[in-house]
Ligand binder design. Structure first.
Ligand SMILES: [Zn+2]
Length: 366
C-alpha cells in the first residue's frame, strides 16, 4: 500500500508529508450499508487530527479519498504555504483557526463548514491554550521518523507484497464503524469491488507491527546514534525477522547515508549474516536505491562505486547486479529515479562485461 502526499496538489515524490491511502470496506446492503474505514487512526495520526473529525468530516463514501482531500484543504493545510504542519486552535469569539508551524501564519477556518461547529463542541485537546512551544503542538509530521526515513512506508509496502493470509478480514486492527447517516448510501458494485481488491492487498498485522518496532527501535537511540551491529542483530533475532527481505530493506535505509562506501565496509559483518541468497541481495540493492532516491540524490553519481563496494565485499553477486541494472523498476523509487540510478550504474556494468571478456580472452590463449 503506498503512501500519498498529504497535499495532493504536490506531485513531488520526495515530499516529506505523507499519509496512507484511506482504506474502506462496505458491509450490509440497501439502507443498512455501512462503510468501515480500516485505517482511520493511521490516517488521523498522519494528519495530526482526532479520528472523530474525520468521521464527521468525510461525507462521500464513494469518493473517500477526494472527500479526505477536501478535509485536508479546509482543516489541515496552511493556505499560505500549503504546509500541513498546522495546529487547530480556538481563538476568542469561537473562531477556529490554523496555526502554521512552518511559516507562522495563522488562518481562520471558514466558519460555514459544517464540521466547524462539531470541532468547537469537541475541541482538540490542547486547542484552548494556545501552544507556544511548537514541540508540544501535534502537527502532521507524525509520519516522518528520524529525519525523513519513513519506516511505515516500508512496512506498508510489506502489506502489498502479501504473505499468505491476505484476506484482511480477520485482523483489521483499527476497524471503526462509521455510523453517520451520510454513510448509509448504496454504493456501486464497481466501487465496492475496487475497494475489496485494495483490501486483499492489506495485511495489517504482526509483520507490519514488527517492522515498525524495528524501525523505531533503530532510530530512537541516544543522540540519533544507531545501536551497534551486534545489538541490531540480536534485535532482529528477537523479532524473528532475520529471514524476511524487508529487514534488509529497512537496514539499507537506516545504516547508509552520504558515507555509504565506508558504511558498507563497517556493516558488512551484519549484512553478510542477513544477505544469504539472491532474494536478499535484491532487497539490499532495492533498499539502497530507495535511500538514494528518497534521501541522498547526491549519491547517484557514486552508484558505480557503491556497486563496486557491494561486489567487493561479496554482498551482491555479479548476476544480481546485472539483472538489477537491466530492469527499471518502480518498486523502491519512482520510475524516473530508478532509470537515473541505472544510467549512473552503466560504467560499473560495463566494467563487469569487460572483466568477463578479459577472462574469456585469457582462456582462449591457453
Ligand atoms: Zn504556512
Amino acid at each position: 500500500m503506498s503512501l500519498v502526499n498529504i497535499c495532493r496538489d504536490n506531485n513531488d515524490p520526495f515530499y516529506r508529508y505523507k499519509m496512507p491511502l484511506i482504506q474502506a470496506k462496505s458491509e450490509g446492503s440497501g439502507n443498512g450499508i455501512k462503510t468501515n474505514i480500516l485505517n482511520l487512526s493511521e490516517v488521523a495520526t498522519a494528519l495530526a487530527r482526532p479520528a472523530s473529525y474525520l468521521i464527521n468530516g468525510l461525507h462521500d463514501p464513494e469518493k473517500l479519498q477526494d472527500s479526505l482531500d477536501g478535509f485536508i484543504e479546509k482543516f489541515v493545510l496552511c493556505p499560505q504555504c500549503k504546509n500541513p504542519e498546522t495546529v487547530l486552535e480556538i481563538a476568542p469569539g469561537e473562531n477556529l483557526q490554523r496555526d502554521c508551524k512552518a511559516c507562522g501564519k495563522i488562518t481562520k477556518v471558514n466558519p460555514s463548514y459544517k464540521l466547524v461547529s462539531y470541532i468547537l463542541k469537541n475541541p482538540p485537546k490542547d486547542a484552548s491554550k494556545k501552544q507556544k512551544k511548537s514541540s508540544s503542538g501535534k502537527t502532521a509530521s507524525a509520519n516522518v521518523i528520524g529525519g525523513g526515513k519513513s519506516i511505515s512506508d516500508i512496512a506498508n509496502r510489506q502489506q502489498g507484497s502479501g504473505s499468505g493470509s491476505a484476506s484482511g478480514e480477520d485482523k483489521p486492527a483499527e476497524k471503526v464503524v462509521v455510523k453517520d447517516e451520510d454513510w448509509s448510501v448504496d454504493m456501486s458494485e464497481e466501487a465496492i469491488k475496487a475497494r475489496a481488491k485494495e483490501l486483499e492487498k492489506l495485511n495489517i498485522g504482526e509483520a507490519r507491527a514488527k517492522y515498525e518496532d524495528f524501525g523505531k527501535w533503530l532510530l530512537e537511540g541516544d543522540d540519533g546514534e544507531l545501536p551497534n551491529d551486534v545489538e541490531i542483530y540480536k534485535k532482529i533475532l528477537s523479532l524473528d525477522i532475520a529471514s524476511d527481505r524487508q529487514t534488509v530493506e529497512v537496514l539499507a535505509q537506516v545504516l547508509f547515508d552520504e558515507d555509504i562506501i565506508e558504511e558498507i565496509e563497517t556493516h558488512k559483518g551484519l549484512l553478510l549474516k542477513l544477505v544469504t541468497d539472491e532474494k536478499f541481495e535484491k532487497s539490499l540493492l532495492g533498499g539502497i536505491e530507495r535511500t538514494i532516491g528518497t534521501q541522498h540524490m547526491d549519491l547517484v553519481k557514486q552508484v558505480p562505486k557503491i556497486l563496486m563496494a557491494l561486489y567487493d565485499e561479496d554482498l551482491v553477486s555479479e548476476d544480481v547486479i546485472r539483472d538489477w541494472g537491466s530492469h527499471v523498476s518502480k518498486k523502491y523509487v519512482d520510475k524516473e529515479t530508478s532509470r537515473n540510478i541505472r544510467k549512473a550504474a552503466r560504467p560499473f556494468l560495463k566494467w563487469l562485461d569487460e572483466a568477463d571478456e578479459d577472462e574469456d580472452d585469457e582462456s582462449d590463449d591457453e
